[in-house]
Design a protein around this ligand. Structure first.
Ligand code: CDP
Length: 237
């Protein structure tokens, strides 16, 4: 990349190092799902739909003690610059797995033996950060479905760009930067449920990045809560 990614202390899109892109959350956007959420993070647009708990077939997949969680992350062919071939690929299988694991610790699966809770995340538009946007959306959609949870999971990426630790990398920063580290956590208890890293950072840089991510997740958590409260207080009124 010929242009610098950081100039006069600002990033390519004018943000400060610890600044997130704007977030918009809408709860209950799909009629047929038990719970749903539309989530925007800058130019990322994703939708999450939750179905269940419902009886799992075939029966030999059932767990007699708890519900199983299935998570499918999918990118629409039109969500990226170059048309994405429809269907699962290595990347979406990996993202589905880590996202499921990021959410499992908060879901009280023990209340619903022999069932499945299915989470679908559809990426409509992407600009780096879709897995974290998907996890944020799925967390709200689970709550919207009335599934008992120990807390909400919030997620955001931090990384390294032109030697600086920055929050919430956009696609240019992700492509031309030095490292990208998506983090998911239960903000209420400071419990990390997912951490991945693409690139290299020192121990000190990781610690600094985690601190920035933690603060950001707290803000996202507040927005998720407010979105849920405002939907349900409207319904009561
Ligand atoms: O989206 P996320 O940051 O969670 O995952 P990534 O694998 O780091 O991808 C970063 C970005 O690359 C995506 O958000 C898309 O904008 C872009 N991408 C793409 O253009 N085509 C793909 N097949 C996959 C990703």
């Amino acid at each position: 990349m010929e242009q610098p990614l950081i100039k006069d202390g600002r990033r390519v899109d004018g943000r400060a190092f610890d600044e997130m892109r704007p977030i918009r959350i809408e709860v209950g956007v799909l009629k047929r799902a038990d719970g749903s959420c539309y989530f925007e993070l800058g130019d990322n647009k994703v939708i999450a739909a939750v179905y269940g708990p419902r009886e799992l077939h075939p029966r030999h997949y059932q767990d007699a003690k708890r519900a199983i969680i299935q998570y499918r992350y999918n990118m629409a062919p039109f969500s990226v610059d170059e048309r994405k071939r429809p269907g699962p690929d290595r990347r979406s299988i990996e993202i589905s797995k880590v996202s499921r694991e990021a959410l499992e610790p908060v879901i009280m699966t023990e209340f619903y033996p022999r069932t499945t809770i299915d989470i679908f995340v559809e990426v409509l538009q992407s600009d780096a950060g879709t897995r974290t946007a998907g996890i944020n959306a799925a967390s709200v959609a689970l709550a919207d479905a009335g599934i008992p949870m120990r807390g909400l999971v919030s997620a955001i990426a931090v990384g390294k760009v032109d030697g600086e630790i920055v929050l919430d990398l956009n696609a240019i920063e992700d492509n031309y930067g030095d490292a990208d580290m998506p983090v998911a956590m239960i903000a209420k208890t400071n419990t990390i449920t997912m951490i991945q890293m693409d690139g290299k950072m020192t121990r000190e840089e990781i610690q600094k990045g985690l601190e920035i991510a933690k603060n950001a997740c707290r803000k996202i958590y507040q927005m998720q809560r407010e979105a849920l409260i405002s939907k349900y207080s409207e319904e009561i009124e």
